[in-house]
Write a protein that binds this ligand. Structure first.
Ligand SMILES: Cc1cc2nc3c(=O)[nH]c(=O)nc-3n(C[C@H](O)[C@H](O)[C@H](O)COP(=O)(O)OP(=O)(O)OC[C@H]3O[C@@H](n4cnc5c(N)ncnc54)[C@H](O)[C@@H]3O)c2cc1C
Length: 318
């Protein structure tokens, strides 16, 4: 049995934790946020429900065969469900088979970390090898346990921020390209569009797509909720210059221009800026450095790519 520290409780870190436990290892999962999810997270909106803030769904046709058993297990457990989403795109209406978390996207990640010991609101800033074991720290706060292995399951561009990461991993992480997305969650007092579809794909300069979150199965029925996602290009170009208030105003103005909604129809909104929405640039799922440090690279910048990266990292540790 090995003791494993996994840094990052997105889908990669969570699946890695699940399989490491399955192989009999002792696992501690660290995340800087309040809970698991990462880029598959859900913003709390009412007592029991939220609005999906990151990846909105997984297209069934894009799911590699290797990933299907994982998602089927989550579906059987009630943590995910199929959703035939109706998309409006370029004047066409089409049905697309997808899988979503239930009752929220983050539940699909939570399924894998059910009873894994987790240290939340702990941003790891340093790892250090001491007498053949690894220790981790958040600032001056050194975590008490020592580990045989460390798995870095965080967006690659954030890996160089952690002191003590082996050079082989650091230099690969520094070469990765990233794209941002600005997301505004919106609640209105009436439907934004009257057509019978769930997603409106714009492919504009600023807004990429708008998803009616309340139309997903097992969601909150208390209001009309939407996730508005910007284009990668606009978000990446303006990430370091535009204030969140400006971003919110721009996206909401776009919504009011396109649909028959007024400011008075908008009940509540929340902006989230994803700096590393998509990270690309490595052709391996996992890199292992001497001494027992692993990095999950989330191949192709997709949810399924991260899931497989977490799985393969656990295989290497086993
Ligand atoms: C708006 C948006 C839309 C998307 N749409 C799609 C889509 O349609 N299809 C698709 O396949 N994919 C999509 N994606 C991408 C997909 O969500 C990600 O590829 C996948 O969820 C990444 O999982 P991960 O586990 O690799 O990383 P993450 O989910 O980013 O998890 C990393 C975790 O590490 C934590 N962390 C970071 N640094 C530290 C630290 N120093 N210490 C402790 N914890 C730390 C973070 O809090 C986070 O929880 C989308 C992403 C976004 C943001």
């Amino acid at each position: 049995m090995k003791s494993v520290a996994i840094i990052g409780a997105g889908i990669a870190g969570s699946v890695c934790a699940y399989w490491c436990r399955h192989y009999g290892h002792s696992v501690t999962l660290f995340d800087k946020s309040r809970g698991p999810g990462g880029r598959a997270s859900t913003r709390r909106w009412s007592d029991a429900y939220g609005i999906d803030m990151g990846v909105p769904y997984i297209v069934s046709d894009d799911i590699p065969a290797d990933v299907r058993p994982f998602l089927n297990a989550a579906i059987t457990a009630g943590s995910a469900c199929p959703w035939r989403m109706i998309q409006h795109n370029n004047g066409q209406i089409m049905g697309i088979d997808t899988i979503i978390g239930s009752p929220k996207m983050s539940q699909l990640v939570r399924f894998f970390v059910n009873d894994v010991p987790m240290v939340t609101q702990y941003r790891v800033t340093q790892i250090q090898s001491q007498k053949g074991k690894w220790v981790v720290a958040a600032g001056d706060d050194w975590y008490s346990d020592r580990f045989d292995q460390v798995v870095l399951a965080i967006p690659a561009p954030q890996i160089p921020d952690i002191q003590g990461v082996p050079d082989t991993i650091r230099s690969q992480a520094q070469q990765m390209a990233w794209s941002a997305v600005n997301t505004v969650l919106l609640q209105t007092n009436r439907p934004v569009w009257s057509g019978d579809y769930d997603e409106d794909v714009w492919q504009g300069d600023v807004i990429q797509t708008v998803i009616a979150d309340y139309k997903k199965p097992n969601r909150w029925q208390g209001g009309y909720t939407y996730a508005i996602h910007s284009t990668y290009k606009w978000a990446t170009q303006s990430f370091d210059t535009d204030h969140p208030d400006t971003i919110t105003a721009t996206l909401l103005a776009g919504i009011r221009d396109r649909y028959a909604v007024t400011e008075a129809d908008c009940v509540a909104h929340h902006v989230h800026r994803w700096k590393y929405a998509q990270v690309l640039g490595n052709n391996d799922y996992v890199t292992a450095a001497p001494g027992g440090v692993y990095a999950c690279w989330g191949m192709q910048g997709t949810f399924c790519g991260s899931l497989m990266a977490g799985y393969y990292a656990a295989q290497e540790i086993a």
